[in-house]
Design a protein around this ligand. Structure first.
Ligand code: ARG
Length: 623
């Protein structure tokens, strides 16, 4: 296949220096992102024609998400910036005519047409040019197509999932896992040094309770074989004891013999660093993590760091408390220490910073934890993926860090999300991630078995069922804006039709089969020059227009942190591929034609593959 032409060079030949003209707020990457090449072209001509600054135009160019409306568009009022006496609804017609007139000095090369509508000018790229450039670009970048080095030497910590040991892994943790995994992939793809971190809920009085419970109900064997479920069982039983003691009045409030009090004392010892008390807790933690590692691997997630509330250094919390005092942020109320954040933001309220018994709080652990993380990692950015139920908590500790004077406090970002309703397994309520994934795999397996002929062709059906099942869960979660709540629906999620995970997997496996069926021809692609002029059909042009947008779509997702941006894109891509199948046959065609079409399908396949990988899916070969 042809080498990708150097588009930066092409711009230079047109006297456009993409690096010089546009390099402050966001970099321009014409050789990675063809849309950037066009941004430069358009900015160059339109700035000269309208006598408006190049950068103003460049930044005002917007991506368009329906092909009928063009490939890029510009809202004229934004570049006029209140200029008197110019009507955007008239000037846009005048300008569009000049920009698309071959005889004008302002004619934009490689553009099919410019259309004025309402307050916009829409630009339609020349699809011959796109085909000639995008296909070799994708073929040469392969798994890296879409990647741009947006930053140099920048580090980000992404904290996500963060379940609580011995408590259920609920839908909130699932969403955090999926979104956080996606962000980790995306930031890495765009050149960031990412530290992925799981901040386990592994500290607090409940671990005293769990230790007491384990003495009473624990089984060494079950702890080793199935720590997560077993610890939860123990926790439920010991909690029932606490409730029973209370209800039946077996002990008075602070009878040293009450389970509650034993637990409190036990945790006290843990906080004081008593080795004996910490030993069993450390085992609970380690065995749980071991198990988590395997489960996360099913979602293609591998953490760099298993941190946790227990790991927050006491000195950092003390340091923070000392600072709070120094800055006069603290006042006492009936022995408790409070911080009043309403001075900074009414909504943040007043909140407790130490408990009367001196043990630490969730909030202070987050404050101390952030300080420790900064000291260790010197991050340029840190993202917390936490459910919106904790919006207040997160805003509080962000504000505290800011008030304590840490200049890096403005590098923290909360990526939040809404709730999932009705997530349950066959047996009832969902308890752990593994249970959800196993259940989905089994259901997917049943669906697959219904098509016997196909089923028999699959080498490892269980494994495929797992991968497709995982995609079903993940896509259902990622296809709408994060903040929306959604309902967990088995039927819909596992369907091969409509915008679902299995549909994307199906689209990918079908493209793979086009490549497989082409046999030797597919190998020829690597060495042969393809005659791109054979790709004249409109559906091919539309497909390449979508493929060309991929890097740009990723950059949008970097800004809004919405996996749905990529999901929506991948569905558009898959739909367009599927409308090409009827028209652009590969089988039974003349070699040159078959090769050109195959090259197109191959770049569609690669793009779909890359997008799915970023979302965290494993694209399947057959299904
Ligand atoms: N373990 C917490 C929970 O399940 C979530 C932790 C979120 N992260 C944080 N830094 N507070 O509610």
């Amino acid at each position: 296949l042809q080498q990708q032409p150097d588009l930066v060079e092409q711009l230079k030949n047109l006297n456009i220096d993409s690096a010089k003209n546009y390099s402050n707020t966001a970099l321009s990457f014409p050789n990675e992102n063809i849309v950037d090449f066009y941004r430069n072209l358009i900015a160059d001509k339109l700035s000269k024609l309208a006598e408006i600054d190049y950068k103003v135009i460049y930044e005002a160019l917007e991506t368009v998400n329906s092909l009928e409306k063009g490939d890029l568009s510009i809202p004229i009022p934004r570049i006029l910036r209140g200029k008197k006496g110019v009507n955007p609804r008239e000037i846009n017609h005048e300008w569009a005519a000049q920009l698309s007139n071959k005889d004008s000095e302002f004619y934009i090369p490689f553009i099919k047409t410019c259309k004025a509508a309402e307050i916009f000018i829409a630009f339609y790229f020349d699809t011959d040019f796109l085909i000639k450039n995008t296909i070799p670009l994708v073929a040469s970048k392969k798994e890296n197509y879409g990647s741009m080095k947006l930053v140099e030497n920048k580090r980000i910590i992404i904290e996500f999932s963060s379940p609580n040991i011995a408590k259920p892994f609920h839908a909130g943790h699932l969403r955090s896992t999926i979104i956080g995994g996606f962000l980790t992939n995306l930031y890495r793809f765009m050149g960031w040094d990412v530290v992925s971190m799981n901040y386990l809920g592994d500290w607090g009085k409940q671990f005293g309770l769990l230790a007491i419970g384990f003495e009473k109900y624990g089984s060494e064997e079950l702890l080793v074989s199935d720590p997560i479920n077993h610890l939860f069982e123990v926790y439920v039983k010991i909690n029932a004891d606490v409730t029973k003691e209370k209800e039946e009045g077996i002990f008075t409030e602070d009878d040293p013999e009450s389970t509650n009090n034993k637990a409190r004392l036990y945790f006290r010892r843990m906080e004081d660093g008593d080795e004996q008390a910490l030993k069993i807790w450390a085992r609970f933690r380690e065995l749980s993590i071991e198990k988590y590692i395997d489960t996360y691997a099913r979602l293609n997630i591998e953490y760099d760091v298993y941190a946790g509330e227990s790991q927050v250094p006491k000195e950092k919390m003390d340091e923070a408390l000392k600072l709070m005092h120094e800055k006069n942020l603290i006042h006492e109320d009936k022995g408790a220490k409070l911080i009043d954040l309403t001075k900074f933001n009414k909504k943040l309220g007043k909140t407790l910073v130490t408990k009367s018994d001196g043990t630490s709080l969730y909030l202070t652990r987050d404050v101390g934890g952030a300080i420790a993380r900064y000291e260790q990692y010197k991050f340029d950015k840190m993202i917390y993926v936490i459910a919106m139920q904790q919006d207040l908590h997160t805003a509080q500790f962000f504000e505290i860090l800011k008030q304590l004077g840490f200049e890096w406090a403005n590098r923290l970002e909360h990526v939040n999300f809404g709730m999932v309703q009705g997530m349950s397994t066959r047996k009832g309520t969902v308890v752990f991630l593994d249970n959800i994934l196993n259940d989905t795999r089994d259901k997917m397996h049943e669906v697959m078995q219904k098509n016997e002929a196909k089923y028999n062709q699959i080498a490892e059906p269980e494994k495929v069922a797992d991968l497709v099942g995982v995609s079903a869960v993940m896509i259902q979660d990622m296809q709408a804006k994060r903040i929306n709540n959604y309902e967990f629906k088995w039927e819909r999620m596992l369907s091969f039709e409509g915008d679902t995970g299995p549909y994307l997997q199906y689209a990918h496996s079908r493209l793979r089969s086009v490549e497989r069926n082409a046999g030797a021809l597919f190998d020829d692609l690597k060495t042969t020059d393809v005659d791109f002029s054979l790709l004249k059909d409109e559906c091919a042009g539309n497909l390449i227009r979508i493929i060309a947008q991929f890097p740009d779509v990723l950059r949008v997702a970097m800004k809004n942190h919405e996996p749905s941006t990529i999901c929506t894109y991948l569905f558009r891509l898959s739909h367009q591929v599927s409308s090409c199948y009827d028209i652009l046959w590969v089988a039974g065609q003349e070699k040159e034609v078959a090769l050109a079409r195959l090259a197109l399908y191959s770049s569609a396949r690669q793009t779909l593959y890359n997008g799915m990988r970023i979302l965290g899916l494993t694209p399947v070969e057959r299904m």
